[in-house]
Design a protein around this ligand. Structure first.
Ligand code: IPE
Ligand code: IPE
Ligand code: MG
Length: 253
């Protein structure tokens, strides 16, 4: 696929990287081999986003529900995450990529928490792609933590109840300063949100593919972008209204 015209390129892509376990099973490999291949694949997609000039990529690495997996798998997933942070920091800086981690860090071991803080600090001034990793993240957790902070602000009279609006709630959720996702991609064949960015996905275009995450290469990603480019985002308006708004002002009215 050639370069997409910038107007049809999403600014923010959010991905559920699913299907690592099945990818490994099909090869009669242990599940962790699928997770390793999955981490490798993140690099390819990050590269493609940077190359195309996408501003934000948010990937789901570990959900608040993934603690329900066997303890050995949970441990391996956290080790892989920690190892990838350590290995990638230099490359992130070379490529001008800023890294942010969203989710409840309190449950992570101290070493991992410190490593996350360090990588965020070291990449904070980078101005290229923003890579957001959702780790121990859940959309309901996000809404609950925002609500707790709003309640505190009201209790201390920093905020009055009539100032609680859709816009102000968004400021207390994760990713307040970033555009909401334009395109959501889920690999692995399931058609569900699995407690990902519940509030932020309200008007996101959804794309589901059977392709398993370790096989989701740059060509598959480009296919998702091509699908996005054909969508008409109406945000409640009529198709005609959207079309008219696209025309130069001189030819309307
Ligand atoms: C996604 O792959 C990775 C994580 C949830 C961490 P899965 O491990 O869910 O793969 P499947 O769904 O079992 O194939
Ligand atoms: C969603 O995948 C979470 C991540 C990819 C990190 P799961 O494989 O955990 O989702 P469910 O449980 O099948 O919905
Ligand atoms: Mg899965």
């Amino acid at each position: 696929m050639g370069q997409l015209p910038p107007s049809t390129l999403p600014q923010h892509v959010a991905i559920i990287m699913d299907g690592n376990g099945r990818w490994a099973n099909r090869r009669q490999l242990p599940r962790v081999a699928g997770h390793r291949a999955g981490v490798e694949n993140v690099r390819l997609i990050v590269e493609r986003c940077a190359e195309l000039g996408i501003r934000v990529l948010t990937v789901f690495a570990f959900s608040s529900e993934n603690w329900r997996r066997p303890p050995t798998e949970v441990r391996l997933l956290l080790e892989l995450f920690s190892g990838a942070l350590e290995q990638e920091v230099e490359k992130l800086n070379q490529n001008g990529i800023r890294l942010l981690v969203i989710g409840d860090r309190a449950k992570f071991p101290g070493k991992l928490r410190r490593r996350i803080d360090k990588v965020e600090q070291l990449t904070a001034d980078n101005e290229g792609l923003t890579l957001v990793i959702a780790a121990n993240y859940g959309g309901r957790w996000d809404i609950a933590q925002a609500t707790r902070r709003i309640a505190k602000a009201v209790a201390s009279a920093e905020l009055s109840p009539h100032e609680i609006t859709e816009e102000s709630i968004a400021q207390y959720l994760c990713l307040p300063s970033l555009p909401e996702p334009d395109l959501f991609i889920r690999s692995g064949g399931e058609q569900r949100i699995s407690n990902y960015l519940l509030w932020q996905l309200a008007y996101t275009e959804l794309y589901f593919t059977d392709c398993l995450w370790p096989d989701f290469d740059q060509a598959e990603f480009d296919q998702a972008l091509a699908s996005y480019a054909t969508r008409q985002r109406r945000f409640g308006m009529t198709g005609d209204q959207v079309e008219r708004a696209r025309l130069p002002t001189s030819s309307t009215g």
